[in-house]
Design a protein around this ligand. Structure first.
Ligand code: MLT
Length: 408
């Protein structure tokens, strides 16, 4: 008898963004005249930077010619892209990350979801609340979460991010082995200072823990005092893996290209407490289960680091950050408390006593706006909604006018 992995039965029946998509689709069907504005899932709306488009075309042309054709690429990704990332993202900012420590992939969602496979089923996992649902769901699938008691899983150490701690979780009360962090944060849009991040690195060193640091939104950091990478903190190379993506940076959500840094110095332990290389484990996993990112897409990603590409990417992100500023001012005018949106594309809005799904429904039904209900990111998100700045200026302005009318 073929039996299922029973842990899948512990998941919510549907992924958050699938639930929202279904609700929006049903609303659109019932009200075809409404021009729905989507400020829900963090999906980019602006086209790829011209430098990337040009390189993408050239990559396709190379595949059309027998002399430059390529089949399977190198398992970690093409050196032309890994070298550019190492130099532009790390070495030029004083971080000692080598191109050989970088793994190109098709997304941080997959990499943050898959990484937990490398660890024992009975490790203690600390996960923020609210959180990007992938971290928790993949640990549930792996059977690490324990029992669900109507609100939370018994084996997960929840790191609450609430108004009381300015949405920056405190260190776990006891010992944990694996810690998920995301800054700039999804969903709250908050950022972490170097001194606060240092405490986490110190904690990981003391507890022989590993931090999985999701930096998918680092390109939105404009405040130079804030860390864009965990490797800005001394000692982090021994205790942290970093995930980054071209999705939100350069509009690659549909094109697919990301990367994960697994430093060779990063330590994990076997059952006898002997250190073993994390880099080699991830390499083995990826070589077995991952097929790589296509050559033209890696060429397009490389163009992010060309002189024109850098200017175009900065302009793209500036546009989204200006949208975020418009949303923040609108929330101020409407009298809603909010955080985020300054070095991040997400604004986390306190619904002032409204349940987050009711607030979601109200905005969809009364204003034709899609946001994300905070409760979908965890129990600490109840009462909040997340508004994304990923849309055109015109749509963001229109959405804020509609929201003001609907809430008057
Ligand atoms: C989000 O809206 O939280 C993200 O777009 C989801 C993702 O990147 O997978």
């Amino acid at each position: 008898m073929i039996r299922i992995n029973e842990h899948y039965n512990q998941l919510k029946p549907s992924y958050l963004f699938s639930d929202i998509a279904k609700k929006v689709e049903a609303h659109q069907k019932a009200h075809p005249e409404v021009d729905i504005i989507r400020l829900g899932i963090g999906d980019v709306t602006q086209p790829l930077p011209p430098a990337c488009v040009k390189a993408f075309h050239q990559g396709v042309e190379a595949l059309a010619d027998a002399a430059s054709f390529r089949g399977y690429g190198p398992e970690k990704g093409y050196p032309f892209l890994r070298d550019k990332i190492a130099v532009n993202e790390y070495q030029s900012r004083g971080m000692d990350i080598d191109a050989d420590e970088i793994f190109i992939s098709d997304g941080s969602k997959c990499d943050t979801g898959n990484f937990q496979e490398l660890f024992a089923p009975d490790i203690r996992v600390a996960i923020p609340d609210p959180v990007y649902p992938v971290y928790l769901d993949t640990n549930i699938m792996a059977g690490r979460a324990g029992d669900f008691d109507a609100r939370r899983f018994s084996n997960i150490v929840y790191l609450d991010a609430t108004r009381e701690n300015d949405f920056i979780p405190q260190l776990p009360p006891g010992q944990v082995d694996l810690i998920y962090m995301c800054f700039p944060n999804n969903p709250t849009g908050t950022t972490i200072t170097k001194s606060a991040l240092r405490l986490w690195v110190e904690y990981a060193v003391e507890n022989r823990a590993l931090i999985l640091f999701d930096a998918a939104y680092e390109a939105f950091i404009r405040d130079e005092s804030l860390p864009r990478s965990i490797y800005e903190i001394d000692g982090a190379k021994e205790v942290a893996v970093e995930f980054r993506s071209f999705s939100k940076t350069a509009g690659f959500t549909g094109t697919r290209c990301a990367y994960t840094v697994v430093p060779k110095a990063c330590k994990v332990y076997d059952k006898n407490g002997e250190t073993t290389g994390l880099h080699g484990l991830w390499n083995r996993r990826q070589a077995t289960k991952f097929n790589g990112v296509s050559y033209p897409v890696q060429r397009a990603a490389e163009a992010v680091y060309s002189p024109e590409g850098k200017v175009q990417v900065t302009a793209l992100i500036d546009g989204y950050l200006e949208n975020a500023a418009i949303i923040r001012s609108a929330m101020d005018l409407l009298g809603f408390d909010h955080v985020g949106g300054e070095n991040s594309p997400y604004i986390w809005v306190d619904g002032q006593g409204r349940d987050s799904w009711s607030f979601f429904d109200l905005l969809l039904e009364q204003a034709g706006i899609v946001c994300t209900p905070g409760e979908g990111f965890g129990s600490c998100g109840q009462g909040y909604i997340r508004i994304s700045a990923f849309n055109s200026r015109e749509n963001v302005e229109k959405a804020m006018e509609r929201m003001a009318r609907a809430l008057k």
